[in-house]
Design a binder for this molecule. Structure first.
Ligand code: HEC
Length: 346
């Protein structure tokens, strides 16, 4: 026990001494996994197992069974145990859909090992399309068989799969394809994007969290059959969005966590099929969201979580406060308590 405490302290001291580059970046590495896979069921409205992952405070409270992480000890942490289960396990988290990928589980493990740090004031929110994209069946059209598979498409799919990219049919009864680079890691090569051009069945593409840029998006221009596109947490900007102008079948577009602004959204005005546009944590304003929402009927622009105002300086006054307590309710007086003291003395 004592030795463990010493280790913990040593780890903490080392951590302070060297804010090492190898440290997990919660916002970059961990948050997208939790938001994309867990928040759907562990949020303020829907807290399965009484576990909420929206704020650090709620997360640390844990589930109905208590804390779910032991800082520094992944194996002792319920959260790690549950994500590190085989697909067939009943206890696995997430309980439905695909399990987390190996590298995502490794990220969680490393994060807990490094103390499960959750920076001040960071709030997590269910990332709509990200999570939906992680559930292949979520958007699988029941009645669209797609088009016959060409040799080029077959070869392209095989090549992507060999490279560790997820490339699968949306469902058993369709040729329609979903390609997901996000689960492999950051790097996406241009020649991999070029392969996509030979895939007329490609309808869902997720490039979230990868190194794609505006320049890479030029390769997506011919993909006019896409219905869902994930570009969240990438370096794309307004200019890149111009490449999407021909994707008139697009129903869902996710650009959350990018530098996209109101101006960029104007590049999307021709996408009349668009139903869901995820722009939270971008520079898009309420006004900009409204404008594009007005240009495309039936479009739901998800700006998501609005940063809360700074915490109010005082507790909300209680209705049944006794009159003599009125002094305590004035926050201005609390600011300078010293000034009152001299007056008390004669
Ligand atoms: C589809 C809904 C759903 C999703 C998605 C989901 N969970 Fe859960 N989670 C549950 C339910 C339901 C419970 C309550 C325990 C149970 O019934 O297994 C739970 C409980 C938990 C618990 C507490 C277990 C305990 O015994 O105290 C942890 C930890 C947890 N989930 C982690 C996660 C993580 C991490 C993810 C994302 C990788 C995730 N969950 C995604 C539904 C979900």
């Amino acid at each position: 026990m004592n030795r463990f405490m010493i280790l913990l302290c040593a780890a903490a001291v080392l951590g302070l001494a060297r804010p090492a580059a190898a440290d997990m970046d919660f916002n970059k590495d961990v948050k997208p996994i939790l938001e994309g896979t867990c928040l759907r069921c562990h949020n303020p409205e829907k807290a399965k197992g009484k576990l909420r992952m929206d704020t650090r405070e709620n997360f640390l409270k844990g589930s109905e069974n208590g804390p779910v992480v032991v800082a520094g000890k992944p194996e002792a942490s319920k959260l790690y145990q549950l994500v590190n289960q085989p697909k067939s396990s009943e206890d696995r988290m997430p309980p439905e859909g695909e399990p987390l990928k190996k590298d995502q589980i490794a990220t969680i493990e490393k994060w807990i090992k490094e103390g499960a740090k959750w920076p001040d004031g960071v709030t997590l929110k269910f990332a709509g399309a990200t999570a939906a994209a992680a559930t292949p069946t979520a958007a699988a059209p029941k009645d669209d068989p797609g088009v016959p598979i060409t040799d080029a498409e077959k070869a392209g799919v095989a090549k992507l799969q060999t490279g560790g990219v997820l490339a699968i049919r949306l469902a058993q009864n369709t040729n329609l394809l979903r390609v997901d680079f996000s689960l492999r890691g950051k790097e996406v090569k241009d020649d991999e994007l070029v392969l996509l051009m030979d895939m007329p069945n490609l309808t869902e593409l997720n490039l979230g969290g990868t190194n794609v840029t505006d320049a890479s998006l030029a390769h997506l221009k011919p993909l006019t059959n896409l219905t869902r596109l994930g570009l969240q947490n990438t370096k794309i900007t307004d200019a890149g969005l111009a490449n999407l102008a021909g994707m008139t079948k697009l129903t869902s577009l996710n650009v959350y966590g990018t530098a996209v602004t109101d101006g960029g959204l104007q590049n999307l005005a021709a996408l009349k099929s668009l139903k869901h546009l995820y722009v939270w944590q971008t520079k898009v304003t309420a006004e900009g969201a409204k404008k594009i929402g007005g240009a495309i009927s039936g479009l739901d622009v998800e700006r998501g979580y609005e940063p809360p105002p700074p915490p109010p300086p005082q507790e909300p006054a209680k209705a049944k406060d006794a009159p003599k307590k009125t002094e305590e309710k004035k926050p201005e007086e609390k600011k300078k308590p010293e000034e009152k003291k001299p007056e008390e003395k004669k």
